[in-house]
Design a protein around this ligand. Structure first.
Ligand code: CDP
Length: 218
């Protein structure tokens, strides 16, 4: 199977670009952030203290997380319930990088992600896809943009969905999350040695998409 790994910090445009590129190429798009967001949702819903290793272990053993691809769009289910929208709130964004840093949590999804890449031609986006999950991916892209541009994109997205946030709050949250993701011990956010860096600060959506398609076709 053909695998494209797209990694990068929060709000770099990974998901919108990966989704569009996948649709163009007939690949499936796998958003791995949704998995960590779903665990975070379950942690919050269950009132679990993730510092308590055995409680976190019990939670992981008790939940069922599934992905379904409906008209090419990924939906994530927690114990049979579609939580795709519920996991995209500022509250979940604020906690997800704490939960995703726990090694047990990363281990929990490793084989699952790899088995998807074995089954489908896929564009997979995340933080550690090119470095840890799919080190043999045929194409690796590290997508970045300045923190201000990324926060601005995320801010507009949240406003459109009706969340009450300020630009400053979003910028602060994005910076904190990148910092945690980049400095954790297990599978930190960083470009793979053989990844192509693509900075989209000064590119619009169409231009970014064109670059990505070019990299994949090349
Ligand atoms: O869409 P956005 O860039 O805001 O983030 P996401 O892709 O939904 O990922 C949410 C969080 O999940 C990240 O900040 C990481 O803490 C974690 N994550 C990870 O650790 N490894 C991945 N492969 C994907 C996400």
């Amino acid at each position: 199977m053909f695998s494209v790994a797209i990694d990068g910090p929060a709000g770099a445009g990974k998901s919108t670009l990966a989704k569009a590129a996948a649709a163009k190429l007939g690949f499936i798009y796998i958003d791995t952030g949704a998995l960590y967001r779903t665990v975070t949702y379950a942690v919050k819903a269950g009132g679990v203290d993730i510092e308590d290793e055995s409680a976190f272990k019990r939670l992981l053993a008790s939940i069922k997380i599934e992905l379904e691809f409906i008209d090419g769009v990924q939906h994530v289910f927690l114990n049979g319930k579609d939580v795709s929208e519920l996991i995209r709130t500022p509250e979940i964004s604020a906690s997800v990088s704490i939960v995703s840093a726990v090694p047990m949590c990363r281990e929990f999804f490793l084989d699952f992600q790899r088995s998807l890449a074995d089954k489908y031609n896929a564009i997979m986006d995340g933080r550690d896809i090119g470095t840890v999950v799919l080190p043999n991916a045929q194409v690796k892209i590290f997508l970045t943009a300045s923190p201000e541009v990324r926060a601005d994109r995320r801010y507009k997205e949240l406003l459109e969905k009706g969340h009450e946030v300020t630009y400053e709050e979003v910028l602060d949250s994005v910076i904190k999350r990148d910092d945690r993701d980049s400095n954790r011990e297990t599978a930190p956010l960083k470009p793979a040695d053989d990844a192509v860096l693509l900075d989209t600060s000064n590119l619009n959506f169409e231009e970014s998409l064109e670059e990505i398609i070019k990299l994949i076709r090349g």
